[in-house]
Design a protein around this ligand. Sequence first.
Ligand code: 13P
Ligand code: 13P
Ligand code: MG
Ligand code: MG
Length: 383
Amino acid sequence: MKTTISVIKADIGSIAGHHVVHPDTMAAANKVLAQAKKDGIIIDYYITNVGDDMELIMTHTRGELDEKVHGTAWEAFKEATKVSKELGLYAAGQDLLSDTFSGNLKGMGPGIAEMEIEERPSEPFVVYMADKTEPGAFNFPQYKMFVDPFNTPGLVIDPTMHEGFKLEILDVYEGESVTLNAPEEIYDILALIGTPSRYVIRRIYRKADGNIGTVTSIERLNLIAGKYVGKDDPVLIVRVQHGFPALGETLEAFSFPYLVPGWMRGSHYGPLMPVSQRDARATRFDGPPRLIGLGFNVKNGKLAGPSDLFDDPAFDETRRLASQIADYMRRHGPFMPHRLEPTEMEYTTLPLVLEKLKPRFKKEEGMVKAKQSIYQKESSEMD
Ligand code: 13P
Ligand code: 13P
Ligand code: MG
Ligand code: MG
């Protein structure tokens, strides 16, 4: 029997701004998932949230992109949106870009991470979920977990990991992917994934037997919608232990609060702060970007857990440093590099402001016009 773990998430509205999911919307989604469990569509499930993002963690035997499983998630989000609208919550239905469901949720707004696996005798895995950032934010920690021996000693001392891993990297602008080998091609890997807004690690496989280790949601709402509709707050499923990084090796990758794009209005770099479920609420400047990690075991599709992995004083210093970095970044105010680069700002409301200023610009004699504008959209219009 193969088990599929499906994590499907959406922001369908929240309390008092882009802050936190309302419990009544979770209850509405729960009703739908409970029925799907009764009907045998899914085996087990767990519903949670990080900030304003509702996360449906489901297990079943129907494989990836299954119509019934995706239909269940769609219905859960629709029911939750109804409640969200009744309560007048902020941005009700934010991530549901389409009204009609046709087969699966690809390209419809919700984030999707699914993996079909042959369960090991013990099958431990972690679901990492972030708010106020985007899928490429998981490039850095996945590299640390599966490629960097300074993070993961298992790569050096465990013969089942020693051969390394294959990284499937997606170009979210071109819709192409490439699979590269670690450790042989780490410089090529870094040449791509160091631009996380464009190149996103979608899946990692163990080289020795092709077993899947991770999967990330890669949906970029703004690219789908062509305008800013909220950040594409991502999820990452990671299998741990027995030939994959140990649980603690995956957690270690988040001990440094690295900078990610997102935060206020999806337009600012800020530190990713790992927090407990209790603290998974976006507050200061709509953040700072938050991460939760829930640990599970799955046996014949049945979930044991979760364990709230960052609910631990061992991450207090990471959070303190994240707060200090938040202070430092905030002092830049509206200046880059706190504010995102122009290509990323294209999907926000900034171009509207710039458009208004255009007629006031006067030609400067003797100055050469650059071949390529930093705003690619504008440069093609100017050509
Ligand atoms: P979300 O992407 O979490 O909805 O946040 C959007 C935003 O604009 C926060 O300031
Ligand atoms: P409002 O225009 O509703 O204030 O939204 C701003 C924002 O939070 C961007 O997502
Ligand atoms: Mg929101
Ligand atoms: Mg969010």
